[in-house]
Write a protein that binds this ligand. Structure first.
Ligand code: SF4
Length: 331
């Protein structure tokens, strides 16, 4: 098993997020044509982790969201609770979502369930589609899921995709029955620039939309260990989150508790909860500890250090559960 441990454990020499973002963006979005490069999931290594076959000509997949995660881990209410609220139904224990994946990401998380080959904007594993075409394919599905999940890869490389999708669903009169959910790894402040703010405001006016922002660790060391990017990206994640928190967007946070070798200290959990509170008082209650499970796509990336990280997430969870009652629960 070959693992590039040096890249994982030397944050100062990690991936240059800004450089990679600038290189990938023009390869995944065509603003004029309102098109994005999406992964052709069918035929990739990811298929072996799917419980049902891909759909929409291999470009989509159905994800089964469940509030119950694994025994002992806290429930994950996302995106079920916000989606059910929009749909006007009691929150069920599970819900299905139609997932499309943008075909690129600047980072290389060792626990990513997407094969790295599907994160490079590679023509062999991806295809251009207009947002309208993807929405039409979704709306044509028999047993159409009530949630559309714009995932990745990193959809924030192409934030226009989210607005185009919301607009397409609205134009087709399907907003009342479709909740749009998107993942954001907080690697780009594109929506916080002068130009991007208009787009952010347009997205935020849709009530059938929620955004999951994934912090990539409890601190800068965990961020670098998990993403292989330079450790300063952690502070940048928090700054981007703070920018979003000033908008009216329905914002939620995922927080993986995996990280590099070292003590699992309660102060690590206390510190991140304090940082989130300082950004916006309700953010700790909107934060869900993300359980990292084992996917077949992780094979070859995981060595003993990562195995220990998977075990240590349980130790940090114990601290989380002691600290979290001080914060308002979302559930
Ligand atoms: S940020 Fe998300 S899509 Fe990118 S490598 Fe990490 S887990 Fe995968």
């Amino acid at each position: 098993m070959v693992v590039d441990r040096s890249r994982a454990l030397m944050p100062s020499q990690g991936l240059d997020t800004a450089l990679r973002d600038a290189s990938l963006r023009p390869r995944v979005v065509d603003v004029e044509r309102r098109s994005v490069l999406v992964t052709r999931i069918g035929g990739t290594a990811q298929v072996s982790d799917l419980s049902v076959p891909t759909n929409c000509d291999g470009l989509g997949r159905v994800r089964h969201f469940r509030q119950a995660v694994v025994p002992g881990w806290p429930d994950n209410p996302l995106p079920i609770v916000p989606a059910a609220r929009w749909l006007g139904v009691p929150s069920p224990s599970k819900m299905i979502a139609q997932v499309y994946q943008l075909a690129a990401c600047a980072w290389r998380c060792w626990y990513c369930y997407v094969p790295y080959a599907s994160l490079r904007a590679a023509p062999a594993t991806s295809v251009w589609r207009t947002a309208d075409a993807l929405v039409d394919a979704y709306l044509d599905l028999v047993d159409r899921p009530p949630i559309v999940d714009l995932s990745g890869g990193s959809p924030d490389l192409a934030p226009e995709w989210i607005l185009w999708t919301l607009e397409a669903i609205e134009r087709r009169g399907a907003s009342a029955t479709s909740f749009v959910w998107s993942d954001d790894n907080l690697s780009s402040d594109r929506l916080l620039t002068d130009e991007g703010r208009t787009l952010l405001d347009q997205i935020a006016r849709y009530s059938n939309y929620g955004r999951a922002c994934c912090l990539k660790g409890l601190d800068a060391q965990a961020f670098a260990f998990n993403t292989r990017a330079r450790s300063e990206g952690f502070e940048r994640q928090l700054a981007i989150l703070a920018g979003y928190a000033r908008s009216t967007m329905d914002l939620h946070v995922y927080l993986p508790l995996v990280g590099p070798p070292g003590p699992c200290a309660k102060t690590q959990v206390d510190t991140i909860l304090d940082r989130l509170s300082a950004i916006r008082a309700d953010l700790p209650a909107r934060t869900v500890p993300l359980f990292i499970g084992r996917f077949s796509t992780m094979a070859g990336r995981v060595d003993d250090v990562h195995e220990r990280a998977l075990d240590r997430q349980w130790e940090l969870l114990a601290h989380w559960e002691r600290a979290a009652p001080a914060h308002v629960s979302m559930r």
